[in-house]
Write a new protein. Structure first.
Length: 290
């Protein structure tokens, strides 16, 4: 009687390989499972002993035999069965998210809005709101000196060679001028550093003074040059809006720059302005008057 040991993934594969090696049919083999190992993710292996008999015995279970090697699992005689098929995963159907319908603009905005190129300023974080209405708050020279002293305190802590002096006062806003050797560092690209410092100053002032007065910082006349550029752009766009009869939407601007646009076009005949959207993406809309 010929005997072989075969290792394969399944008992069926091992039995077939043994039959081919012994030159007999699978029905003429007596198969004993010596070792069966199950691994991760369905990976397994089986080691069998196959004996070629002269007469094919009826398929009966044999008694448990001693393991071939010490430390191995007890062996069993098992019928050769097809492994249960692994169900195929259900197909994943890609569902396209519904597109949000475009918002209709007020005042007869045309579908194809004219593209407006605006030098994007760094978004300014929303400043704390005053407890009293803005219209009722009027900054004084004493308020201006308080805010300027606060700015000087921050500049000293940062070890920057920058001078701060109180400028014009309008409503609740105090303009503070910054100049000196390191003033350029406080402007940054598109005024992003200046906006950040202005936000910091107003956060501290809101907690320290709690009077609703706010500071606007200007370094190396950046605000003035920016105001001139925005005023020229607003006038140019207003001319186009009036000629075409269509609204134009500017890029997102911080609150104090939106005020510049509104002020620049406040007396422009046949044109009105308003803001729409939420911070920090609030924008100025320039619209024709019917």
């Amino acid at each position: 009687m010929q005997t072989v040991e075969i290792t394969a993934k399944t008992v069926q594969e091992a039995t077939k390989a043994a039959a081919e090696k012994l030159g007999v049919s699978t029905d003429a083999l007596k198969v004993t499972v010596l070792e069966e190992t199950k691994g991760l993710f369905g990976k397994s292996s089986v080691r069998i002993r196959a004996e070629a008999a002269e007469v094919t015995p009826a398929p009966v279970e044999a008694p448990v035999q001693a393991p071939a090697k010490a430390g191995k699992k007890s062996t069993k005689v098992a019928k050769v069965e097809e492994p249960a098929p692994i169900p195929a995963p259900e197909p994943v159907v890609a569902v396209e998210a519904p597109k949000e319908p475009a918002k209709k603009g007020g005042r007869g905005r045309a579908k194809a809005e004219p593209k407006v190129e605006v030098e994007a300023a760094a978004p300014e974080a929303e400043e704390p709101k005053a407890q009293e209405p803005e219209a009722d708050i009027l900054a004084t020279s004493a308020d201006g000196e308080q805010l300027t002293a606060l700015v000087r305190e921050l500049l000293t802590a940062a070890n920057l060679q920058v001078n701060a002096k109180t400028g014009e006062i309008a409503g609740r806003y105090v303009n503070i001028h910054l100049d000196g050797k390191d003033a350029a560092f406080l402007v940054g690209k598109h005024g992003e550093v200046l906006n950040a410092m202005q936000y910091l100053v107003n956060i501290i002032a809101g907690r320290r003074f709690d009077n609703g007065v706010r500071a606007t910082l200007d370094g190396n006349d950046y605000r003035r040059r920016r105001e001139d550029a925005l005023t020229q752009l607003a006038t140019k766009i207003a001319d186009q809006v009036k000629q075409r009869g269509e609204e134009a939407v500017l890029d997102a601007l911080p609150a104090f720059e939106r005020r510049i646009v509104h002020k620049a076009l406040s007396n422009y005949e046949g044109i009105s302005t308003y803001s729409e959207g939420e911070e920090p993406n609030r924008r100025v809309v320039i619209a024709p008057v019917d």
